[in-house]
Write a protein that binds this ligand. Structure first.
Ligand code: ATP
Length: 231
């Protein structure tokens, strides 16, 4: 589905991503793990075209996307749910989900299908974005991307700042959408959350991928978890 090959991304003079290579397979949930400052957000911003790498290739289903503007990359089927969620605070839940219907609109998931994954949001359909809790805002940000029928979704720390009960709800949603054929790249600090449904894990350390393994292997790799994630 997605392949990054020897990506080098800089902020000014700072060399952040160093020869980063990564392969995400269709239909899987893959995680990008790593300590603060490892380069996880820089990686998803590079995939999304918000940052342009100095060198390296990125392909989506075999077609190059490197150098394309973010809106074109979105049109090709990559959805991004940033850490800060970016929902419209003055619009209702329903309006947030139904607007904007752009580009891939004709294939959009029906509202019923979207709400079937988020019963809590359905109950809040007429509430404004600004009235939602952090967890509801996170669900709305994910729901909006599902509605747009993306093929690959980049989720930047969906559990950040959420209470344990809400983290559990997001986990249930992740398991639910996993069966719908979507491919997900999940950035997480909360490894215990991610191992419940992820298929593979990639660990970033100072801008380099130092580990890529299946979930089964990773779960028992306590040495790696301690070395790179401090668990
Ligand atoms: P976190 O979990 O803290 O968000 P991360 O793994 O997502 O960490 P990045 O945000 O990708 O890490 O940051 C990687 C490195 O790039 C860090 O050293 C950070 O200080 C640096 N960095 C991030 N944003 C900028 C920026 N706008 N300008 C300069 N340096 C930046």
């Amino acid at each position: 589905m997605l392949e990054l090959n020897k990506i080098n991304t800089f902020y000014g003079e700072s060399h952040i991503l160093k020869d980063l290579s990564l392969r995400i397979h269709q239909g899987e949930i893959a995680t990008l793990l790593g300590r603060n400052g490892a380069g996880k957000t820089t990686t998803v911003k590079t995939i999304m075209g918000l940052l342009t790498p100095k060198s390296g290739t990125i392909t989506l289903k075999g077609r190059s996307i490197v150098g394309l503007p973010p809106h074109e990359i979105a049109r090709r089927g990559i959805g991004f749910v940033p850490e800060e969620r970016r929902i419209f605070p003055s619009l209702t839940v329903l309006e947030n989900i139904t607007f904007p219907v752009w580009g891939r609109g004709e294939d959009a998931w029906s509202l019923e299908k979207v709400f079937s994954f988020f019963p809590a949001l359905k109950a809040r359909a007429n509430s404004r974005g600004s009235q939602l809790s952090g967890g509801e805002q996170q669900m709305l940000a994910i729901a909006r991307i599902l509605r747009a029928k993306m093929e690959l979704i980049l989720l930047d720390e969906p559990t950040e700042g959420l209470a344990p009960l809400l983290i559990r709800s997001i986990g249930v949603i992740m398991k639910g959408i996993k069966g719908s054929g979507l491919t997900i790249l999940l950035i997480e600090q909360n490894t215990r959350f991610a191992v419940q449904f992820a298929d593979s894990h990639h660990i970033l350390h100072t801008g380099e991928i130092v580990y890529s393994e299946t979930n089964d292997k990773f779960k028992d790799d306590h040495e790696i978890q301690k070395k790179y994630l401090g668990i």
